[in-house]
Design a protein around this ligand. Sequence first.
Ligand code: FES
Length: 128
Amino acid sequence: MAKPKFITDRGELEKLAPMLKAPIKRQVFVCTGKSCSAVGGQEVMAEFSRILTEKGLRQGKESKGRNPLGEIVLTECHSIGFCSIGTAVMVYPDGTMYGQVQPEDAAEIVEEHLEKGKVVERLALIKL
Ligand code: FES
């Protein structure tokens, strides 16, 4: 395996990864592991995607309907240990880990936490 060239030039890095230019405030991870998927993980992910995209908050390629200068990165992930109490949703850099999230909770998490900065206490199981 060839070792990749380590790039130090910020301009070159931004050309290769345009997301570096976005004013990103938070990253949301939604677990779509086996157990979370059994209780709606894919649907929770789809709802976050729909809402964040509609609001223009989801960072991503314009060709995918996302906002290159969006403030939120939405990422699908796998098990984080909440398997029996999914769907797990984590918000960083806040360090908030939500459990038992249902698709209908996505709007509240977006509006209260991501837009207003207020943790949704009824779903928050860990707050760092
Ligand atoms: S499968 Fe989602 S936390 Fe384990």
